[in-house]
Design a protein around this ligand. Structure first.
Ligand SMILES: [Zn+2]
Ligand SMILES: [Zn+2]
Length: 229
């Protein structure tokens, strides 16, 4: 993945991270700055939201993102719906979108925490969610629904959430659903450089063509979709 200084080659795109506006350790500005230093093309800040008004959080993130106006680096402003009752995921996701979220991801049914039952299905079925984060023991029928609804499924670099990466990769590929590799970084030291993301994708069992798709093709298409709407 080399390239001359004029052609930096494929860049890392990450759709999931946190700032101290929720449970991260530093500012969104610092996260975006460090991602740029790590040669990322784009990083989404997706701080946790529940049923509260998401506007103060999103307004703050948007203000910080404006620091990159005119820059090739893409700071994506978003939310991670976290432990919202499954029946409220669709309307909450829509409210976040209306309040200015460029990306809406959902804290999926990881095997290392209690998450409301039905979260994976409700997120995929909502029509307003872009990425289902760390979906744990994802039901193959929900993976098929994810393909139909263009919901991207996440391979997670985060300790604990990553335990089911192999399962998520397998059911996603069998269903024809798209995958991305996200850091879920809660601080700059947890951002994932490209070489490490490649190892995580291979470690989840992805063959070379699928690694390419999860790290470059799908993320680039998702950035276009987020910025185009
Ligand atoms: Zn999460
Ligand atoms: Zn997260």
């Amino acid at each position: 993945m080399g390239g001359s200084p004029r052609d930096p080659g494929p860049r890392r795109i990450d759709f999931h991270s946190h700032s101290y506006l929720t449970d991260g350790t530093t500012s969104a500005t610092d996260m975006w700055f460090e991602a740029e230093v790590l040669q990322h093309r784009a990083l989404a800040l997706t701080d946790h939201v529940g049923l509260e008004d998401p506007r103060p959080l999103l307004d703050q993130l948007r203000r910080e993102a404006s620091g990159w106006d005119g820059s090739p680096f893409v700071p994506i402003v978003g939310v991670e719906l976290t432990k919202v009752p499954a029946r409220r995921i669709a309307d909450t996701a829509r409210a976040c979108r209306k309040a200015g979220a460029e990306i809406v991801i959902v804290h999926g049914e990881t095997t290392v925490e209690n998450v409301p039952a039905g979260t994976n299905h409700a997120a995929i079925d909502s029509g307003s969610v872009d990425v289902l984060a760390h979906p744990g023991l994802l039901d193959p029928r929900d993976a098929e629904l994810a393909k139909d609804h263009d919901v991207v499924l996440e391979i997670s670099a985060r300790v604990g959430h990553s335990l089911t990466n192999g399962h998520v990769a397998r059911v996603a590929i069998e269903a024809g659903a798209e995958l991305v590799v996200d850091s879920d970084a809660h601080g700059p030291e947890q951002l994932v450089p490209l070489e490490q993301a490649l190892r995580i994708a291979r470690g989840a069992g992805l063959a070379d063509d699928r690694v390419e798709r999860a790290l470059f093709t799908t993320p680039a298409a998702l950035v276009r979709r987020l910025r185009g709407r």
